[in-house]
Design a protein around this ligand. Structure first.
Ligand code: RM4
Ligand code: MN
Length: 388
């Protein structure tokens, strides 16, 4: 039996960061389906993110995506977030939506395009200075579609050069996190396709460069918790982009497709003491709500992360260690499954009551009338979406 006070304390301190873009319109590769009441700008996105925090109590940061969240005054955006009880988190760069980037950004064979991409990344660090954000998230759509299209090694050299320039620009408390994705939009080579490539670059750069694991960015069947264990062992796990996928990068709500995988990942995190904010691991969501309502979708995801985390915290470490040491295969697996099969929803409801938030955040939000209010108020203007 685990000490429930310790489990609850760990859960109270565990924070989930929300992506601003989850509140705007998004879609599939074929169609963006607009929804009424979506934010028109980053200020309104922060208001929606603050709702998720209000009802869950554990989501006090909103990541921004530049230029989707471009504003005149980033310090004012940060102040607005603070007034709403949240903060601006990770700054996500975007070097994949400009005509110039057809053949890549920082790996592009054209030095003019590389320079332009680097200037954007450096601008993102300026924004971090203004918002007080710690992390710059880098994801590159760079790659090639045809054998012979470009030199694989030369592209890595160009990448390393750009990363080094960004690294040199980071302040003492700032970090850069490099995300990988196995394929798409490039289908022959992708310049940062896997955690190994990301890790090699981060290790060459230094302690302020870390790997970010987007759970949707792997081939089916990949053991993500193994990657997590390896990165934690190397002190190189910067954070997660949580979502679910049935195929690849579906960006569905985390814990929707495979809650057991999420539990296994959180078990590695808990086991390595990486749950608390002081561990430096960011637990971010990276989702697109195309057919589901956005704020409830984020609330559901936060609750799914909490359920997986609570179950991971319920694993009895002594019983597990003893079974492992004895080579008791079924006993060790049983310890894990006992925790996974525990219904933690009553525990989480009690925890929320202690924290002063509703026992059922999802229902409380639906009953609050906020969804109807923004539909009535946000009339006119251009709804925020994937376009810059
Ligand atoms: C990418 C990647 C990034 C996200 C963009 C929108 O596939 O997951 O994290 O910023 O999509
Ligand atoms: Mn991502």
């Amino acid at each position: 039996m685990r000490d429930l006070t310790a489990v609850k304390d760990a859960l109270k301190n565990h924070q989930v960061e929300l992506p601003s873009w989850a509140f705007g319109n998004s879609g599939t590769r074929f169609k963006v389906f607009g929804q009424p009441g979506v934010p028109r700008n980053a200020f309104e996105k922060a208001a929606d993110a603050a709702q998720v925090h209000k009802y869950t109590g554990v989501a006090p940061a909103m990541a921004v995506h530049i230029p989707w969240d471009k504003v005149e005054d980033y310090a004012a955006l940060a102040a607005h977030a603070r007034d709403l009880g949240i903060r601006i988190g990770t700054v996500n760069s975007n070097v994949f939506q400009d005509d110039d980037y057809k053949l890549g950004s920082v790996c592009n064979p054209d030095p003019r395009v590389r320079k332009k991409a680097l200037a954007h990344l450096l601008e993102c660090v300026d924004i971090m200075d203004a918002t007080g954000s710690r992390d710059l998230k880098l994801w590159f759509a760079d790659g090639t579609n045809y054998p012979g299209q470009d030199d694989i090694g030369a592209r890595q050299d160009r990448l390393a050069q750009a990363l080094a320039a960004v690294y040199a620009r980071l302040g003492p408390d700032q970090r850069m996190v490099l995300e990988y994705k196995l394929f798409e939009p490039a289908f022959y080579t992708t310049d940062v396709p896997d955690w190994g490539t990301s890790l090699v670059h981060c290790q060459a750069l230094g302690p302020k460069a870390l790997v970010v694991v987007d759970t949707g960015h792997h081939a089916p069947g990949v053991n993500i918790e193994f990657i997590v264990a390896m990165l934690l062992r190397a002190g190189k796990l910067g954070g997660f982009d949580f979502n679910s996928r049935f195929y690849a990068d579906d960006d569905l709500m985390v814990g929707a497709a495979d809650p057991f995988q999420l539990f296994r990942i959180m078990h590695e995190v808990v086991r390595k003491g990486a749950l608390a904010p002081s561990s430096g691991v960011t637990f971010m969501l990276d989702q697109c709500h195309n057919i589901e309502p956005k704020i409830p979708g984020e609330i559901r995801s936060v609750m799914n992360v909490q359920e997986a985390t609570a179950k991971a915290l319920l694993v009895d470490p002594d019983a597990l260690a003893a079974a492992q040491a004895e080579g008791d295969v079924l006993g060790a697996n049983g310890v894990l499954m006992d925790a996974y099969n525990t219904d933690v929803r009553p525990l989480l409801a009690d925890l929320r009551e202690e924290m002063g938030v509703p026992r059922d955040p999802y229902r409380a939000y639906l009953d609050s009338g906020y969804g109807q209010k923004i539909i009535a108020e946000r009339v006119g203007g251009a709804p925020a979406g994937w376009g810059a």
